[in-house]
Each structure stands twice: as structure tokens, then as C-alpha cells.
Design a protein around this ligand. Sequence first.
Ligand SMILES: Nc1ncnc2c1ncn2[C@@H]1O[C@H](COP(=O)(O)OP(=O)(O)OP(=O)(O)O)[C@@H](O)[C@H]1O
Length: 744
Amino acid sequence: MELEKVKINSLHCNDAVLSSHQPSPSATHPQSVPSKANAVTEASIIEKTNLQHNVQEDNSYNRDCDSPVSSSSEPEKELDDLRYLHSSSLTNSVVVGKSTGSLNGAYSITSVTSKTKTLEPNSASGSACLTIAPTADHIKKRIPSSRTPTRKALRIKFYRNGDRFYPGITIPVSNERYRSFERLFEDLTRLLEENVKIPGAVRTIYNMCGKKITSLDELEDGQSYVCSCNNENFKKVEYNTGSQPLSNLTLTNSRSNSHRLAKCRPSSPLKNGLLAGSNPLPTCGGGTGNGSPHIASRSSDRVTVVHPRIVTLIRSGTKPRRIMRLLLNKRNSPSFDHVLTAITQVVRLDTGYVRKVFTLSGVSVVRLSDFFGSDDVFFAYGTERINTAEDFKLEAEEHRAINVIRKTMRTTGTTCKGPKPKMPIKSKKVYPPVVDSEAFKAATTPEDDRHAALLTSTGMEINELPSNIRNTYTLGRIIGDGNFAIVFKIKHRQTGHSYALKIIDKNKCKGKEHYIDAEVRVMKKLNHPHIISLILSVDQNTNMYLVLEYVSGGDLFDAITQVTRFSESQSRIMIRHLGAAMTYLHSMGIVHRDIKPENLLVKLDEHGHVLELKLADFGLACEVNDLLYAVCGTPTYVAPEILLEVGYGLKIDVWAAGIILYILLCGFPPFVAPDNQQEPLFDAIISGIYEFPDPYWSDIGDGVRDLIANMLQADPDVRFTSEDILDHPWTIGNQGNECTTYKR
Ligand SMILES: Nc1ncnc2c1ncn2[C@@H]1O[C@H](COP(=O)(O)OP(=O)(O)OP(=O)(O)O)[C@@H](O)[C@H]1O
């Protein structure tokens, strides 16, 4: 069916409209044809500057990621404890550096004079340091004013009982400083309270094997101990594994974990300088362990089995239990242990980290590959007791929750009732294929008359063209225009190479000049085979001129119009190129914000097959330093989090690419609305419910449906990243090798 070629309706979002957007299960496939009458003059960008929030991320300490530890955990020289305390008292602060992520990593000491807690970058190590400032009185109380230290302090590391992610805090301990055990408890309580949530005061100290320490004399220099609050029993966990750099953490499984802690005192990581991943399992009595065991690698299990996928987790607890989802990919799941860590961070058990995982049928998960097989729902347990008869039965409410999740991952088709849904209307004018004049092809003679005629037809004068552009290039035909710019084909007078000249009319961008600046700034940074290169930019009063790499085949919207639907292999080429461009862009922290077929330029062969795709039009692109709130984009491709105004980031581009992939395969978008009305369209997008209706999808494989389902996750936390698109088996697959092994 012929696609309509007029501009798309704008993305209108005002408070009233948005506030009425509740998920609507009925908003699935409105089938009416979008109207083009009311859309022609409207811009596709509606900026809500008045709603743009400037949200400051809470940089406060996050125990699941990087926990602060004392500066005294540095492996090199021992500090004198009183010098440490004196300097602290002079500046009215005790300073605690943040773990750099390695066991013997460096921590920074910073002096501050205020009584604040701050996170600041450590320029030397690239880490951050957390400054904790107790009161001067508190510290003075502990320093005997007239005494000189006669004995060096022991450097002792303390962990929080059961908390695998807290990297521990190292403090100097001496008889002078702690005249009683109670004093040490007091200090530890205060220091832990500053950094992690604890249920009460520290009342017991255990060695790493769980033996109670009853006097200061039992503490040994360089050793690690566990602080228990309210007399909790000792919890055997892999202390400090959460602070190891992911690349160094080695493979383990839940069975071997339970035998990790030995019945002996491990020696200090500070003294032995162990590096994660370089050491075998801790052994008793050998003195090489450090209380933070490293587990031998089962390297054969990693990487090969890992492909991006979303799993569902049932958190242990009272029924109905909490059900959540987690995106597993190469980044967070290179080993079994990493998956447990990722699960721990999502489910947040009361008992600390996740130790045991079971499938829905109650089978214990022990290998990395178990997470990437046919099971996609898992029970997550800590150290709590498991009642197999009861726990593995789902309550009705739990069933319902899992079914809702499965609905969003549904890849099977439904029969389309009513007429075939239509493509949205094009947001840019359509120009016939470029046929260059003989004079332009030759590009030898001055063509000012022709230039003048062309420019005048667009309301511009030849003299307005910057001289370096006029002298270097010959002006050809208009090849496109958007809401703010007109694009000409130009030819380099000397080399004969073709380029595109984009002339952005600043008058059309009044109040939005920063978008032009951003477009140029962003494009100057980019250099990627699937992104249009910026050759030259000239900024003048009324216009901004951009000389761009030229792509001959027009934009993807017109290609879709011609072809209606593409084969899986053609779509794969395009999604690989788009995925590569987005991965590059996102790796630089840049979001495009207007990915749509009109902004994807293609190179075709003589049969009209797409050979190459390039991302263009960076008019809405920006660097992402924090959550973004500006409502912008084009309605059909806009992600739910933009409409909900909850803040968004890079993953809105993945959503838009998911819409495009869907369109490529069937010729219409997953979310459409009668008469191109925005409100029902936005309701449908927010609901996240769409279908793969037959007969249009009947010959399309499960592999690409699975990829689309992962790209069109309404929740950006579990939506694929751009890298995940490239890692997906369907994307990797060869022509004709359509995946059919997806189980949902
Ligand atoms: N480098 C290029 N090579 C070939 N054609 C191009 C090139 N750049 C732009 N075009 C054509 O010109 C059209 C408009 O360009 P572009 O999208 O950059 O304009 P715009 O005014 O910024 O668009 P928008 O309305 O989305 O803001 C494109 O859809 C495309 O057809």
C-alpha cells in the first residue's frame, strides 16, 4: 500500500495531555489512516523548557556500588594512628576514601574543615573519596592530650556482618586509643552508620571464620573482622566481592560459594597485596587468603553463552513476593558470580546478597549458562531457609504479575482484524531522485546564474552563501528539507566529489538556537562509518551552513515507501549499521533523540537493495550528563519515558530503533492511532502493548521478534542497550539463518 508523503504531526505534550495518560490496555492497534491535512505546517519539536528539570543526582554513597573505606587500607606504609587522629582533629574531620574497586587499591585522604559528607573526584587515582566529618569534640575525646604514642597501632579492617558489597573500613587500633572494647564498638558503630544501613549498634566482632573476638588483644595487625549489630550471628559471605572490579572478578557458582570460608584466620590483603583473579581459593592455614575469597574461574562457561536477555526474578519473602526484571548482558554477566551480584542489586534481600537461585520448577541454578537457557524466571534467595514444598508454588497474584511481564515479551502473532495499519506521514518534504544537469556533472564552469535561481526559489540570495563555500563547491539540486533546513547537493569544484550542503535558517529556530549550536558541536566530535560526517561549518547571521558527507540513496522513509517491507536480511544490515552508530554515539554519552526513517540515509545498489545506512540530522542530539526531561522527538518514535516525564537517557534511541525495525519488517509501526491522533497514540506507547499481527508477520522469525520485544520494553531499565542490539543472536546471524529457538 502506498505510503502518504506529508509531514508528520508534531509531538504536542502539554501538562493536561500528559497527566491524562494512563496505561490503556485497549490502545493496541487502532487501524485508521492518519490524516495529513492538519499536519503539514507543524514542527516536530516541541520543547518544554519551562518543564525542563535540573535534577541533581544524589551523589551520596551507594553501598551497592562503591563503598568508602578508610584511607588506612592502603597497602604501603603504616600510618601512625595518633598522627592520623591529630590531623583529623585539626581539620575537624575523619576522612574515608572510597574503594577504587581493587583489593589493594589506593584510597585518598582529603582534609576538610566543614562538618559535611562529600563525594569528590580523586584526580590521582580516578576514584572518588568520601569525607566523613565527625565532631571535633568526639575526636578530641579520644585523644589523650598529654600522651605521646608509645606503640604503633594495628591496622584492622572491619566488614559489616552479611554485607558482601561493603568493601570494609580500615582503622588504626591501639590500646591507647581504645581503652575498652566498648570504645571500639562505639567508633565502629559511628563509622558504619555513616556508610551503610545498620540495624543497631555494633556489639560483636567476629574473625573471618566466625569466631567471636572477646578482647582487643585478640585483634591482629592487618587482619579483617566482621562487625555484628545487635548480636546477630556471624554470616558467612564473600566479604568485599562487591568492590572488586568486574573485569577481575572470577567465576564461581553457588555450590562452591558455600564452602568458601575456611576455619582459619586468613591473612591480610594489605600485606599480601593480592589481586582479584590472580589468586586461587583461600586456603586454611596457608596464610594467603584474605577473607575475601576469590574463586577459581570456569572460563569455558563465560562469554560464549551470554547474550542479552531479560529475566524475571522472584524475591524470596512472604507471599505475594516481589517480582522484578533484570537485563542480563555481556556487561553485567561475564560470570556466574556477576549475575548473582546483578540479581542482588535488583532484589535487595534483607539477608544481604543472593546466594541461591532456582528456576520456576525449583531446579537449582549453578552455571552461568543456566541463566541463558530456556528458563527466564528465577527465585532469588539469600541465607534464609528454603521451604521447597511451599516456596516454589506461585500464588495467583504472583502468576498474574509474571503473565503481565510475559505479555510485554510476547513474540507470537495475532490476527489483524480490520484494515492494515498505515505508516505515519513523512515529517519532511519528498524530493524526486536527484538527476544532475550536464553542467553540474561537469562542474567546470561558473554556475552563479543557476545558483541564484535555485537559491532565490528558496528565499535566499547567492551573495548570502559564504564565499569559501561558493568558491569551493558547485551548487546542485535541492535534495531535501526539514523543518529548519534546506539541503542541496553540491560538488567539489576540484575533486568532483559530491557533498550535501545543509542551510539552517536561524529565523525558523528563534529561541531554539542552542539546538543549532548543539548539532554542530556534537557533529564535530563524531567520526563513524555509519554517521554522516561534518566537513565544514560556517556560521553567519541568518543561516548556519553545514557541508556534509553526501549519501546517494535518499532517506529510509522513501525507501520504505518504495519497498513497503524489507526482508529479514536487509533489515539486519540496516539494524547492524544503526546499532553500530548508536553504540558509538552512546559510548560518548550522546543521545540522538530523533531517530526515525527520515533521518537515516541509505546507499542502494542498482536493484534498490540497501547496502549501507548512515545516521543524520543531529538537530536534537545532546550530551547526557544527567536525566533529561525536555519533551521532544517525533510522535511515532517517542519512548514512553519521554511522555511520562520521569526523566530519560540514551535508551530512548533504542526504543526508536525498535520501532524502525518493526516498520522495516511489516511496513507499519507497532503503535498507531486513528486519524493520527496523538492522545491515543501516546496512551498506546505508554502501555507498551503492541502485537505482531498476522498475516503481516506470519513469515517473520522469532529471532527478530525477540529482538524487537527487548528494544520495545516500556521500562528503560530492562530495555536493551545499543550494544545489546549488536550482541543479539538475530543481529549476529547470517543471511538466511533466522533464529527460531526463542522460548517465551
Ligand atoms: N548528507 C546528506 N546526504 C543526502 N541527503 C541528505 C543529507 N542530509 C540531509 N539530506 C536530506 O535532506 C533531508 C532534510 O535534512 P535534515 O534532516 O538534516 O533537515 P532538518 O531540517 O534538520 O530536519 P528536521 O525537520 O528533522 O529538523 C533529509 O531527510 C534527507 O533526505
